[in-house]
Structures are given as structure tokens and as C-alpha cells.
Design a protein around this ligand. Structure first.
Ligand code: KIV
Length: 305
């Protein structure tokens, strides 16, 4: 079914009652009602337990989110990478809560209107959760009210208390360790984290503390493949999602523009351009889903450390 944004659509009709055309394009048809179950947190954790790979892509607007959902991507992340890919910034540090609210609303609307099933995760941007757990709750509430199902925040140690506070108040949390782009200046650049024994031990300690605090997903960015494989095995209540972290995480995430080969800078080593062998963007997304599911992406020798 195709959903319309035509003038006679008042926004009060159920999607199924809407006309099928719009002057500005249509959202992709979802699978027939009833053939796809909405993705939920228990379902994602059950996939982790069963060893079925979880797929995640970033999206920042309604149409790309709906296409990714229709292509079978289970989790859509409104990443603060939108600062770079949408706003032309040099880092994610300049992204505001209002930017995140706007893009989260757009993504959630696109998925809803195409009757999609994806789990929607929104990044808490820099400066909106570091001050206090109360500040974090207020910021998270803005993104949840914009349509997110889960929020993501970066860092370990001090974030454990924040994660506990949010989870206790009904906000599912995805943590993010390894290369944390919001602190890129403190880290000294975009480099692999957890290479030394001491930093690997710290990362393990922080990851387990985040799981104990209630984080149910954990993005591992630019972490040695061996370390993320060990973490994935030991974190039974928290699904690891890798980006530059090797093939043995519970799932994978890529920035949408990177996997479509649209990148203004240098393509990171952990990216594969799925558009290169596809005839359409949806085809590229489907190829990504298939490759993550069957374990052919990423390849440790090519995309990891
Ligand atoms: O902002 C983002 O897109 C992210 C992913 C790279 C995980 O955090």
C-alpha cells in the first residue's frame, strides 16, 4: 500500500484510507499487514540469544527510513552523524537536541506512514546528557516524544549512573563505546580503541557495568575484532552492534551515506559500498541486510582490526 501526502489527506485518516499518490513521491509500500511483526526490544534480545544477526542503518528523513524499513533493516538509528552527512559539520559536536528532534520526528513519521516495523533509536547529542542524569532524562524525553523507541548515548564509567536512571524511568538505552565521536578531540582523532591490554580491560569493565545498569544494546565502534567477539559472548543481556568491530558482534550498523558510497571525505576501512553492485538504493539496503545476516559482511581481514 502506498501512503499519500495529498491535500485531501487531513492527517486524521488511517493510512489505509489515504489516497495513493502525492506530488512529491510516495513512501515505499510496506509488506502486507500481518506478515511482519514490529521489532521490539525482547525480539532483538532474543535474536542475540539465538545468534541471528541484527541489522541497523542510520537514516535522517522519512523516505530513506521507510525504504530501509521496507528493505528489512530492523533498527533505524537517527545518528548525530547527521551533523556531518546532512549539515556539513566536521564533527558531531555541533549537533543540537532540536536538530535531533526534527530528524527523529521525520524518521518516525516515515516509518509510521509506510506501516513499517523498525525499531527507532535516536542519539542524544553532545551537551544534552553530560551535566546530570536529570538533564539526560529531559533530553531523552524530547526524543522519545518525537518517536524514538530507544536513545543512544556515548561513553562509559560516568554514563552508568545515567543509563540506570533512564532505564528505571522506562527509557530503553543503547550505549556506545570504543571510538566515541562526540569526544573525538579528547581521543586525539578517529582511531581504534581498546588496542592495549589496559584499554581493553577498561572497555570490558565499562561494557559490563552498562549492561548491569540496564543498557540493552551497545554500539562498539572501531574496536579490535577479537575484543568485540569476547564482549559479545559475555554480554548476554545486551546486544553488541559493531561498526568497525569485526564480524562477531550481535549486529552491525553503518552510516547510510557511507554504505551507498556517498561520502565527501575518505571512506572508512570498515565500510562496504553496497551500491556498487546494486541497481537501486533499496537493492543496496537489501544486499546489506543479506550480507549481515549470512555473515559475509563485515570481513575481519578487510573491514576490521
Ligand atoms: O551517529 C552515528 O551515526 C553513530 C553510528 C556511527 C553508530 O553513532
Amino acid at each position: 500500500m502506498i501512503v499519500s501526502a495529498s491535500p485531501e489527506n487531513t492527517g486524521t485518516q488511517a493510512p489505509s484510507a489515504m489516497a495513493s499518490s502525492t506530488p512529491y513521491g510516495t513512501l515505499p509500500p510496506a509488506s502486507p499487514m500481518g506478515t511482519r511483526r514490529p521489532i521490539s526490544l525482547p525480539r532483538l534480545l532474543e535474536m542475540h540469544t539465538r545468534g541471528e544477526k541484527i541489522t541497523m542503518l542510520t537514516a535522517y528523513d522519512a523516505t530513506f527510513a521507510a525504504v530501509a524499513d521496507a528493505a528489512g533493516v530492523e533498527c533505524i538509528l537517527i545518528g548525530d552523524s547527521l551533523g556531518m552527512v546532512c549539515q556539513g559539520l566536521h564533527s558531531t559536536v555541533g549537533v543540537s537536541l532540536e536538530d535531533m528532534r526534527y530528524h527523529t520526528e521525520s524518521v518516525a513519521r516515515g516509518i509510521r506512514r509506510s506501516q513499517g516495523t523498525a525499531w527507532v533509536i535516536a542519539d542524544l547529542p553532545f551537551g544534552t546528557y553530560q551535566e546530570s542524569k536529570e538533564q539526560a532524562f529531559r533530553s531523552a524525553a524530547v526524543l522519545m516524544q518525537a518517536g524514538a523507541h530507544m536513545i543512544k548515548l556515548e561513553g562509559g564509567g560516568w554514563t552508568t549512573e545515567v543509563v540506570h536512571f533512564l532505564v528505571q524511568r522506562g527509557i530503553p538505552v543503547c550505549a556506545h563505546l570504543g571510538l566515541t565521536p562526540q569526544t573525538v578531540h579528547a581521543l586525539g582523532g578517529y582511531r581504534v580503541q581498546g588496542k592495549s591490554d589496559a584499554s581493553a580491560e577498561l572497555l570490558k569493565t565499562e561494557a559490563h557495568a552498562l549492561q548491569d545498569a540496564g543498557a540493552s544494546m551497545l554500539v562498539l565502534e572501531m574496536v579490535p575484532a577479537q575484543l568485540s567477539a569476547e564482549l559479545t559472548q559475555s554480554l548476554t543481556r545486551c546486544a553488541t552492534i559493531g561498526i568497525g568491530a569485526g564480524k562477531d558482534t550481535a549486529g552491525q550498523v553503518l552510516v547510510l551515506h557511507d554504505m551507498l558510497g556517498v561520502n565527501l571525505g575518505k571512506m572508512p576501512k570498515f565500510v562496504r559500498n553496497f551500491m556498487a553492485d546494486s541497481l537501486s538504493i533499496r537493492g543496496a539496503m537489501e544486499a546489506y541486510v543479506a550480507a549481515v545476516k549470512d555473515g559475509s559482511f563485515p570481513v575481519n581481514a578487510v573491514h576490521a582490526w
